[in-house]
Design a binder for this molecule. Structure first.
Ligand code: 13P
Length: 251
């Protein structure tokens, strides 16, 4: 059984005070929820104080990026060790915004994924197609290229430590969600791609989230699908009540 994992991606929102206020409001709303692995991926600036606030909580903390080298002259970057040192457990890797705005390549993303696994961070690897690719029927081809490049060569025993987030780019921040059926079909396809690279048993252990305009209204239908193991939530994760409703989708 794969435990559902629902993660907030706050992107570049919230000062540290705003982040602390969110947590204050959010904690009691989800304290009884043990069925879902809850993760908050927040800006670097709030990691340390939230790490304190969430010390004894079942809410995990994640970064939104990292650099794959231990230390050195990389102005403005943050290493995996620095994150670990703060008690951070998760890191988003290869979000489409980083791929598109910051020109991150598949090869660079692979380096980050491998580094995260080596140090014991749980990577949330983002993949997904553009609208053009979807309309030309290239959704799975795109996902295949991104997955193969990232996970080929990863030791099989590390595979269950990876969370994949399937985020169709056209659904991010647009209010256009993939239908639960479409999301399920693609995520099933992604699982088959992993099975081709490794085997079915290994692929069954990987948790695959859906991301793209997830909200309290559509989460239940998405989560009712066999292959959808959680969600990566942007806009609707910025409000404690709406993110709590998503996390508590079972009611
Ligand atoms: O990019 C996303 C999460 O990583 C999705 O963002 P939205 O939920 O705002 O569409």
């Amino acid at each position: 059984m794969r435990k559902p994992v629902i993660a907030a991606n706050w992107k570049m929102y919230k000062t540290t005070n705003e982040a602390k206020n969110f947590v204050k409001q959010f904690k009691p709303l989800v304290e009884k929820n043990t069925e879902v692995e809850i993760v908050l991926c927040v800006p670097y600036t709030s990691l340390e104080s939230l790490s304190e606030e969430l010390k004894n909580e079942q809410i995990g903390l994640g970064a939104q990026n990292m650099y794959p080298i231990n230390q050195g002259a990389f102005t403005g970057e943050i290493s995996a060790e620095m994150l670990l040192n703060l008690g951070i457990k998760y890191v988003i890797i290869g979000h489409s915004e980083r791929r598109q705005i910051f020109n991150e390549t598949d090869e660079f993303i692979k380096q980050k994924l491998e580094k995260a696994l080596v140090v014991g961070l749980t990577p949330i690897l983002c993949i997904g197609e553009t609208l053009e690719e979807r309309e030309s029927g290239a959704t799975l081809t795109k996902c295949k290229t991104q997955i193969e490049s990232a996970i080929q060569g990863v030791p099989k025993e590390n595979l269950p430590k990876i969370i994949i987030a399937y985020e169709p780019i056209w659904a991010i921040g647009t209010g256009k969600t993939a239908s639960p059926e479409d999301a399920e079909e693609t995520i099933k396809g992604i699982r088959s791609i992993i099975a081709e690279i490794f085997d079915i048993e290994a692929a069954q252990k990987v948790r695959i989230q859906y991301g793209g305009s997830v909200n309290p209204e559509n989460i239940k239908d998405l989560m009712s699908k066999d292959n959808i193991d959680g969600a990566l939530v942007g806009g609707a994760s910025l409000e404690a009540t709406s993110f709590a409703q998503i996390v508590n989708y079972k009611g």
